[in-house]
Write a new protein. Structure first.
Length: 345
């Protein structure tokens, strides 16, 4: 590590430590006070992320980006649907510059990640995605990591924190507590809430599968627009991520995920015991910062609904300024700050 990086890291972590000392037991209602702690991390400042490496991990040949010193504290950043590793194009370099070993994997069904066997079930069951990340940690010889994620990535981090807490140092979870179950997914919601899940019902049909397979580029662009209505991304930004959806297993993984949630697709029997645990909506004990943008157009719970689901150090940060669902890409500075803060608890 160079002297300049050492100096930068000391400055970053010294400031973050001061913030935590002042707010360790508090509930942060706004992230605006955090922005001065870091040099500017500009949204859209990086148009590349890579190089992408490959490693055999569990059932997968996993594609991932690694940045920062190999000896630094590990941070694993998990993307959602329909997004990819570019959600962290600005976050990852900033954390690497601060001295962290940053890992950003393509989830199963995205980018360069491939199944090692054609016989493996193309499951999108959330617990399988979490098991993939544990396998990746094993392959990379990472004993414990700070987790950061949104959408599928936040759900994956939540599940890991419950089932494998010894592997999780801390977590930043956008939209809070996202652990669900098939039983919960069968419960009808109020009409306005059901309307937000229109794509889940579309995917429950064979027409939906065929439509998604045929039109995934435009379909996912529409999801971006609906989920982040005030994010003025350009075509180039979207197209950089859209390449990840051409993965040969992408449609199968996405369709199975949403059908499993409705209870109309079977999961994998080997995870039944885990599912029984998760169905109890267990409390998460690792240090956690939850975040939410003020313009998230995707279905998400209110912060007050999940605050008691975290029993360790806990803070919530509400972001102003039209921040939508893809929070790390839309507000990278706030996300970087949260990772640094929670890692020092």
């Amino acid at each position: 590590m160079t002297q300049s990086i050492n100096q930068q890291r000391r400055r970053f972590l010294g400031i973050a430590g001061g913030i935590l000392a002042a707010s360790r037991l508090g509930f942060i209602g706004s992230a605006s006070a955090q922005s001065a702690a870091l040099p500017t991390v500009k949204a859209g400042g990086h148009t590349t992320i890579g190089p992408v490496k490959q490693i055999n991990a569990g059932l997968l040949d996993t594609g991932y980006v690694e940045m920062g010193p190999a000896s630094g504290p590990a941070v694993i950043l998990l993307h959602g649907w329909p997004y990819d590793i570019y959600s962290y194009a600005d976050v990852a370099p900033a954390l690497a510059e601060a001295g962290y070993r940053v890992i950003v994997p393509h989830l199963r069904g995205y980018g360069t990640t491939r199944f090692l066997s054609s016989d493996t079930m193309r499951s999108g069951q959330p617990v399988t995605v979490a098991a993939d990340i544990i396998a990746l940690m094993d392959a990379l010889k990472i004993e414990k990591a700070v987790l950061g994620g949104y959408d599928w990535g936040a759900r994956t981090a939540n599940i890991m924190a419950v089932l494998w807490p010894e592997r999780c140092k801390a977590m930043v979870s956008v939209s809070g507590y996202l652990i669900g179950s098939q039983a919960a997914g069968k419960v009808p919601l109020p009409p306005k809430a059901e309307l937000q899940w229109w794509y889940q019902f579309y995917f429950a049909t064979e027409r939906g599968r065929e439509g998604y397979a045929k039109n995934r580029h435009d379909f996912n662009k529409l999801i971006w627009q609906l989920a982040s209505p005030q994010w003025k991304f350009d075509d180039a930004t979207y197209d950089r991520s859209a390449g990840a959806f051409e993965n040969p297993d992408h449609v199968d993984i996405v369709i199975h995920n949403y059908r499993w949630r409705l209870g109309i697709a079977e999961g994998e029997a080997k995870y039944d015991a885990f599912e029984k645990t998760l169905a109890q909506a267990p409390v998460i004990a690792i240090p956690t910062i939850t975040m939410e943008g003020d313009a998230n157009g995707a279905p998400h719970p209110e912060p007050a609904a999940y605050a008691k689901k975290f029993s360790g150090h806990y803070e919530h940060r509400q972001l102003p300024g039209g921040i939508g669902h893809n929070l790390p890409q839309e507000a990278p500075q706030a996300f970087v700050q949260a990772i640094i803060d929670v890692s020092k608890v």
